[in-house]
Design a protein around this ligand. Sequence first.
Ligand SMILES: Cc1ncc(COP(=O)(O)O)c(C=O)c1O
Length: 509
Amino acid sequence: MPPTLSTRGAVHAATVTPFWSIFEDLLQNPYNPVTRKGRFVNMGIANNSLMSDDLLRYFNSHLQLVPEDLTYGSSLFGSTRLFAAICKLYNSDYWSPHEPVRPEHIITAPGCGSLLDQLAEHLADAGDAFLAAAPYYNGFDADLATRANVRCLPVYSDMGDGAERGSFEGPTALRGFQSALDAAARNGTRVRAVLLNQPCNPVGRCYDREAMLEYGRFCEKNNLFLVVDEIYALSVFPTSDNSAPAPFISALSIDWKNDAGVDPARIVIVSSASKDFTSNGLRVGTLVCQHNDSLIRAMKATAKLAMVSSAADALWSALLHDDAFLPWFIETNRQRLSDAYETCKAWCMRMGIAYTPSNAGHFMLVDLAPFLPTTLDGTKLNCEESETALWAKFLDHGVALTPGFNYHHPKTGTFRITFSLERPALEEGLARLERALRAVGEAGGDAAAATSACAEGAHSGARLGTGAILCGIISACTGSRAPAADHDSAIHEGLARLQIAAACSACCC
Ligand SMILES: Cc1ncc(COP(=O)(O)O)c(C=O)c1O
């Protein structure tokens, strides 16, 4: 008899569907703007290559390991060197903390995702939930659920699609939260925390101070933790749509007790080197909690199983300690993000595509509803499937975007475009996207019907379902396209097994 996995192991194994091979394929065949080879321009993942040349030069000339780096180091939850570097960063004007951040407030791990995974374990029990305003970063679902079995419940505002000003400013930012909490209670789900992404991925905007205070008050009133993900804190930039965007306000800068009557023991801040330091691969995440010793102790129990590599620690510490390079890096990154944004915006305007102005992060949301297909091989598509079919069309043309259902975006047909690519790759990606959209346009289809049919699905909360079109996509992506005769049956037979939403969420960033 073959050995069997635990029940938990079997559940995890089942989530790794063939869909993941698409994602692997994307990562393994990136378009190279110099050689012009590589199959995919990846505009679906929040990767920022705008600083790569400068950062590589810096890192390759600044790696300085010491004997301690070949041991278990000076602490199991970071190193004294890294703690000092992180304290320097957080105690700077970028964060302006109300109280100085000290080493004992910090836990490190290989990425923000790892810290969220650990936090879910410590703040909630299996079956409990966190609330997050929709649309939200697709990784939250998997980070909270994979091990801790904690759900992230999307909160929909009744003001619009969640990208409008009111969702980021003042008390209206909390519209929808009380009813989401009440609905969870009616369903027997215990909510333990609110997850606030400041600035927000995928909208690309900052919350103002009053909105943050309101988040805190809501958590105080309902006895919840407030977990603030500040991973895009330094990636706020001016644009031709907003020359003076709302600045990043850190949860660390707020006097929670006196300004909002909030117990500061509720406040937890996570971030990492991935986004603001354009180093997704470095894998260094930070958690700061200044007023909750029991949470820090619980984190220590799990963080020692997920230590940061000493090489990554040495590199990031060098960057954070560099008083000349760091400010230049942060400022230049912002300027390049602005330039890339303008390129993407100009493309949207030329194509007549509506976009949601952003001014933080690496991306903008665009409305591709007019291009959604309604049927595939004679099968009528639901909202999620139609987004997936368009996404597959993009892959066919060698470019990846992320469909809005991944972010629980309430308006079907919304996609997130990452624009933080070096200029030649960005231009190539947009050119491929244009070819794909023109091909969809030429193929015809009842776009208006698609849009209105899908709009009905908005806010239904029923957007996560089982996809029915992925086999064809997988075979297209892996180059093993099924022969025409098999195409339909491959689609219908295989797709019932594939949970696109879950897989897609698990695979995109
Ligand atoms: C808002 C947000 N939080 C967390 C993460 C995960 O970051 P890390 O690479 O540090 O695990 C991402 C990645 O895209 C993100 O956008």
